[in-house]
Design a protein around this ligand. Structure first.
Ligand code: CTP
Length: 409
């Protein structure tokens, strides 16, 4: 089989941001898939990666400046802008995006971006405050209206400041998946076309009073990645998510809920589905009678908070007599005896597969970007290598497509 991006010509513009180091990996991943990658390194990009490392990875000379006599004589910026199948900007800085939005053209990168007649994909990366700024958001809206595609930015910790928020560049493999999506022929590479998928994600919050709640450490990253991968595979996806700090995944219908009961109601409303994947970390208990007013500290003694068991959403759906999805998949968050507990959960929940993961604090799975999972089915246990959550999502979606029997006629 030919690699996914065989003979595709990609012009990669590397802007000036700490995330530029990830663009080196992006070049490698694109070339692994058969793409030809030509690179422009902006003046600010130079501060973060060297032309030598970029050219070593892309296997060509790197273009660095508008008035570089080599780039002018050998290629010419207009030809460079047109002799490609796609222009990718990663990292796309606030400054580059502002220039694009305003149509500026004062260096090689901005001239090429103004002169190209090919699709452009941006992978923005910047400090969360810069991303949230009205000016950046105005530019994002303008670029969207101009037909520019965007992947990310993701929520997470900033490499340079340790701050958290939306602003991290999408991971190289996420960018690769977006590029493959752009090149995919309609219908091709869409093994879930015509299928309906339901995904739950994130924690649930169980109110104690109007200002306090019970919760857990789930970030929603794995569930959201599954919803995004399923949408990219052509499924009609409904994502029911508890409170998370993540953007809604592109291509999925996202329903935001707070409590386990809300989540069950939204899940029941979203049925029927061909497959349902329950990645949410649902709170097992809620407060029996949440207070309508903030509980005061000095009311004498400690408050008592009787708990009630929440509905088990996975087990409820797995035991449905009618409307049961053909494939019901649960997750098992365990801190010990992972596989043993997962096997028991497969039986007790009545689901078809369990994706088991070790969420002990030392593993960094909860809130982190990587995951090591075991797929537990009636046929046995498959242990997958450590991967990013996006990779786990793609592998799981591929398995779901296989189990549902490929494209629906
Ligand atoms: N789940 C659910 N509704 C609940 C609790 C869990 O749908 N009220 C689902 C989760 O989305 C996950 C699976 O059940 O797919 C297992 O969740 P997990 O928290 O690992 O297990 P619990 O059932 O909560 O059991 P325990 O906490 O005892 O391990």
């Amino acid at each position: 089989m030919q690699p996914m991006l065989a003979n595709r010509r990609i012009l990669l513009i590397i802007g000036g941001g700490i995330a530029a180091y990830k663009s080196l990996d992006l070049i490698r991943r694109l070339r692994e898939r058969g793409a030809q990658v030509r690179c422009i390194l902006t003046r600010a990009g130079h501060e973060f990666v060297t032309p030598l490392s970029v050219s070593a990875l892309c296997g060509e000379r790197v273009f660095t400046d508008l008035f570089d006599p080599h780039s002018e004589f050998d290629v010419g910026h207009i030809r460079m802008a047109r002799d490609t199948d796609l222009v990718v900007v990663a990292p796309a800085t606030a400054d580059l995006m502002a220039k694009m939005s305003g149509g500026h053209a004062d260096d090689l990168a901005s001239i090429v971006l103004l002169a190209t007649d090919k699709p452009v994909l941006l992978a923005p990366a910047m400090n969360p405050r810069m991303w949230d700024h009205h000016a950046t958001q105005r530019n994002v809206a303008q670029l969207g209206a101009d037909g520019i595609r965007m992947i990310g930015p993701n929520d997470g910790e900033m490499a340079e400041s340790g701050e958290r928020g939306v602003g991290r560049m999408a991971e190289p493999l996420e960018i690769v998946a977006a590029i493959e999506g752009l090149f995919a022929k309609p219908g091709a590479g869409k093994p879930l076309a015509g299928r309906r998928l339901l995904v739950t994600s994130g924690p649930t919050h169980e109110p104690i009073d109007p200002v306090r709640y019970l919760a857990n450490r789930s970030s929603g990253k794995q569930g959201h990645a599954i919803a995004a991968a399923a949408a990219l595979a052509g499924a009609e996806v409904t994502l029911v998510s508890g409170p998370v700090h993540l953007p809604d995944p592109a291509g999925a219908k996202t329903i935001r809920v707070t409590t386990a009961r809300d989540m069950l109601a939204a899940v029941e409303k979203a049925l029927p589905a061909d497959a349902a994947i329950f990645a949410a970390a649902v709170a097992d208990w809620g407060i029996a009678a949440p207070d309508q007013q903030k509980i005061k500290k000095n009311k004498g003694g400690l408050p008592s908070l009787p708990l009630v068991e929440n509905p088990d959403i996975l087990a409820t759906v797995a035991h449905l007599k009618s409307n049961r999805p053909k494939l019901v998949i649960g997750f098992a968050a365990e801190t010990e005896k992972v596989i043993e507990h997962a096997k028991a959960k497969l039986r007790s929940k009545g689901c078809d597969w369990i994706v088991a993961n070790d969420v002990s604090p030392q593993g960094g799975v909860m809130g982190g970007d990587r995951n090591t999972v075991h797929l537990v089915t009636d046929n046995g246990v498959e242990s997958w290598p450590p991967q990013t959550k996006a990779e786990v999502a793609r592998a799981l979606v591929a398995r779901v497509a296989e189990a549902l029997g490929g494209e629906r006629p």
